[in-house]
Design a protein around this ligand. Structure first.
Ligand code: SF4
Ligand code: SF4
Length: 432
């Protein structure tokens, strides 16, 4: 057993108090994208809550069985958004994963990745930098419009995925440390691009920088930013997660800013929702520091529309491309941000928005769920792919780089000729 028994007992008591609010009504079944594929009660929130009600005993009898059932979930929050009793399903599942991982220990592979690499941002950056130089030996481009690649040879790691390659130059290398004064807006923000925008979609970061400069917003973007912690905490690795949070606090507390912006829905939702949740157990001063940064954190689409007052009033021109928008679970269901990205799409007369059916249906990514259950992830994503193709849109926009990755894979496998963009890119195209 790798975690302190007292800490595990405390987490067990925390979730016990939350479990009682589940009325077993089953309303979560209709919302769960996983249940829609498997039809298994064990996969939906109510089934997992029933398991957790007897967690201590189940853990002793069959810890691996408990872990497998808990891991089979996208942490998309669709069940929580649909629950009439307001059960804090994600809070419960995240703490439960920390308990079971604390009890069983972390797998050697995850230990190597999380503790050997993720905990050391400079090493992580160097490893990714080397990988980006040699990726062409092992991968080849497969769809120019989407910009996706696939493996050249059979690879257990990549499998049949069509993925976005690592950027030649990550955002942090291109800009270095940024610390500019607030201009005409009188506002200064900190920018937290997140791993995927930094290393795979730096063009999204370029768009954010261009927009902030246009509006006279000062930017603080420190070096040595660490991962937001979601891969570690969703695998139950609280030790790595705690270190990543502290590392980010240290680098951002050196700046003076009004908001911390991120163009990644997953990072925003982690910093705003999961950081304060997991900080409940921190000592007072550390808890306050977490809450202070979390309170300042905002999705970039919401900042542009709600704070800077960007308006989407452009009428599509005669040659406008059709564009459709996917609502990331972490943006709409977790943070309630859905109108603002669409407003940004309406700023550009070169695009005409065509809504897809079920635009907020989960794309099936789910972080490590995609790695552990790729077949199910693809099945869930199949509905998203069909909704996108049915619109005949030329461009797909979404506010989460993880969804951009998943949808690239889905569309590239269908040979679709659809460009994939972040709403900030669409708005940035309108600026000089
Ligand atoms: S989690 Fe919510 S929706 Fe699901 S059974 Fe419990 S009370 Fe009902
Ligand atoms: S978080 Fe998503 S996948 Fe997990 S139980 Fe809830 S609805 Fe199902």
């Amino acid at each position: 057993m790798s975690a302190d028994l007292q800490e595990l007992a405390k987490l067990l008591r925390d979730i016990d108090d939350q479990l009682v609010s589940c009325m077993k009504c089953g309303m979560c079944q209709a919302a769960c994208p996983l249940f829609a594929e498997t039809g298994r009660e064990a996969d939906v929130a109510r089934g997992k809550i029933a398991l957790l009600e007897n967690l201590a005993n189940e853990m002793i009898e069959d810890p691996k069985g408990v872990k497998d059932r808990l891991d089979k979930c996208l942490l998309c929050g669709s069940c929580a958004a649909a629950c009439p009793s307001g059960v804090k399903v994600l809070d419960i599942f995240i703490k439960a994963r920390a308990i079971i991982t604390g009890y069983m220990g972390l797998s050697p592979a995850k230990k190597a990745i999380f503790r050997g690499m993720l905990q050391h941002p400079e090493l992580f950056n160097n490893v990714v930098g080397v990988a980006s130089k040699f990726q062409g030996l092992f991968t080849k481009p497969v769809n120019d419009m989407i910009g996706s690649s696939c493996a050249r040879f059979m690879s257990p790691l990549i499998g049949d995925r069509h993925f976005q390659p690592l950027a030649k130059e990550p955002l942090h290398k291109k800009y270095g440390k940024v610390d500019t004064a607030a201009g005409k807006s009188g506002i200064k923000v900190a920018l937290y691009p997140g791993c995927l925008v930094d290393k795979i979609f730096p063009r999204v970061g370029d768009a954010v920088m261009k927009i902030l400069e246009h509006h006279g917003v000062g930017v603080y973007m420190p070096l040595k930013q660490a991962c937001c912690g979601i891969p570690a905490i969703s695998s139950g690795d609280k030790q790595t997660y705690d270190k990543l949070v502290k590392q980010n606090l240290e680098v951002f507390e050196k700046g003076d800013f009004d908001y911390l912006l991120t163009p990644c829905a997953t990072c925003t939702s982690t910093i705003k929702k999961i950081w304060p949740l997991m900080a409940e157990d921190y000592e007072g001063a550390l808890r306050n520091r977490v809450n202070l940064l979390s309170d300042k954190t905002m999705d970039v689409n919401a900042f542009l529309v709600d704070v800077l007052g960007v308006k989407g009033i452009a009428e599509p021109n005669a040659t406008a491309k059709s564009i459709t928008y996917h609502d990331p679970c972490h943006l709409k269901k977790s943070l309630g941000v859905a109108a603002q990205p669409r407003t940004l799409l309406h700023t550009n007369p070169g695009y005409e928005l065509k809504e897809m059916s079920e635009s907020d249906r989960c794309c099936g990514m789910g972080g490590s769920f995609n790695i552990q259950h790729y077949d199910l992830s693809e099945k869930i994503g199949g509905h998203k792919r069909d909704s996108i193709l049915a619109t005949k849109a030329q461009v797909l926009a979404t506010g989460c780089p993880a969804c951009m990755m998943q949808i690239s894979d889905l569309l590239s496998h269908s040979d679709a000729q659809i460009a994939i963009k972040h709403p900030v890119e669409i708005y940035a195209e309108t600026l000089p």
